[in-house]
Design a protein around this ligand. Structure first.
Ligand SMILES: [Cu+2]
Length: 417
């Protein structure tokens, strides 16, 4: 057997008497392999052709098959048509509307007080759209497009089940049409089509606040990117009917970025830069519409032992925020603005463009706590930094502060000098 193997399958050695036999056998084996491959290839190809033919005839048969059983090629889609006769009652219940009131609205960083009524009401919200020059930073101005003359727009607080009567006014001095898409709306465009209005017009529509949560609203007039980039966004809270847990302080903080024809802090009246917006390279990333909107005299405030809730929004238009408070840990986070406190002890929470989050924490130690987008160049080079000033007695058992300061002289370095 070993002899047979060496004769037919092992390479010949210079003194191998079976050299010729080996070469002949190898040639034969190669020829056989080529022949086998050719047969196999021909068979596969003919299988493909028959499969294609079969599919073609199947496809012509399918046109007579009832639509719900049709499986069509992906490029043509295979969506079963819906019919109005398939409609059935919705699963939610609409509470009766009792009374009527005008919504209390506030501007960042203030938040309207919690809603204490125990029934749904008709709540009227009015908002005006303006195109107005405002300061973004010292010596830097910009023609903002605004809801309510401010960036971000007003904070609206309604109760789950409320019937919201929303009126949008487009100021006569505006140059272009505007509208509003509230993410809290269940209905086409979030109200965008219903509120699309030319300058000097007003439009009203109603929606039921079916789903409690913290929602972004924004202008959705084409080109949408431009309207959002110019500052048209804000937050609406649909408070759950049982309310949110009581806290001592609530603040409204909304991140967004700006793309201008200048560099960061370049003075003058700056205009929008489309190329930077397409590349997603903003000159400014800020909280509440301006550099230092939450610093110095504008810093947020709290006292030791108090609980703080931040209603956080991200207007974008492009970037996701890595929101962080330096030196604090969020006791509870309602990720993405949903109504469940679904995570505890969080350092940094992601807030998508066009999204939100709520964070709650108790402050234990006095000091200046920096709010940042932890994509950290945005904080220290583009403006995404604010401050929460906490006052009250020190708690050395929680945080000692510096306990010593000495020279550091490693022995090896000293000996080499
Ligand atoms: Cu607009």
């Amino acid at each position: 057997m070993r002899r047979l193997l060496s004769n037919y399958f092992l390479p010949p050695t210079p003194d191998d008497p079976m050299k010729k036999t080996y070469r002949f056998t190898s040639l034969l084996a190669v020829l056989l392999l080529i022949a086998a491959s050719a047969i196999l290839f021909t068979r596969c190809a003919s299988d493909d052709v028959s499969a294609t033919e079969a599919k073609a005839s199947e496809s012509s048969e399918m046109t007579e098959t009832p639509a719900e059983y049709t499986v069509r090629p992906r490029i043509r889609g295979s969506v079963t048509p819906a019919s109005a006769k398939d409609a059935k009652p919705n699963s939610f219940e609409l509470p009766p509307i009792e009374g009527e009131e005008v919504a209390t609205i506030t501007y960042a960083p203030e938040v309207p007080p919690p809603i204490t009524r125990t029934h749904a009401s008709r709540v009227k919200v009015e908002m005006k759209v303006t195109e107005t020059i405002k300061e973004r930073a010292d010596g830097v101005n910009y023609t903002f497009w605004t809801f309510g003359d401010e960036v971000p727009g007003p904070f609206v607080r309604v109760r789950e089940g409320d019937l919201v009567e929303f009126t949008l006014h487009n100021h006569p001095s505006s140059k272009v049409p505007h509208n509003i898409d509230l993410h809290s709306v269940t209905g086409p465009g979030g109200g965008a089509e219903a509120t699309l209005i030319a300058p000097g017009k007003s439009a009203t529509f109603e929606f039921r606040a079916l789903s409690p949560g913290l929602y972004v609203y924004h202008c959705a007039t084409a080109p949408v990117g431009l309207h959002v980039a110019n500052g048209m966004y804000g937050l609406i809270l649909v408070e759950p009917k049982e309310g949110l847990p009581a806290v001592d302080r609530e603040y409204y903080v909304m991140q967004s970025e700006f793309y201008t024809d200048g560099d960061f802090m370049e003075k003058g009246l700056r205009t929008f830069n489309q190329e930077k917006a397409l590349q997603e390279i903003p000159d400014y990333v800020v909280f509440n519409g301006a550099v230092n909107a939450l610093n110095g005299d504008n810093a947020l405030q709290a006292a030791v032992g108090e609980t703080v809730r931040l209603f956080l929004g991200n207007g974008g238009p492009n970037l996701t925020s890595s929101f962080h408070v330096i030196g604090e840990i969020f006791d509870r986070v309602y990720t993405e603005g949903g109504i469940e406190a679904n995570q505890r002890n969080v350092q940094t929470t992601a807030i998508p463009a066009g999204g939100s989050a709520m964070v709650e924490f108790e402050v234990a130690v006095p000091g200046a706590y920096k709010l940042v987008d932890h994509a950290i160049f945005r904080a220290f080079n583009k403006g995404a930094v604010g401050t929460l000033n906490v006052v009250g007695p020190e708690n050395k058992e929680v945080f000692s502060g510096r306990t010593s300061l000495e020279d550091y002289r490693p022995a090896e370095e000293l000996s080499s000098n």
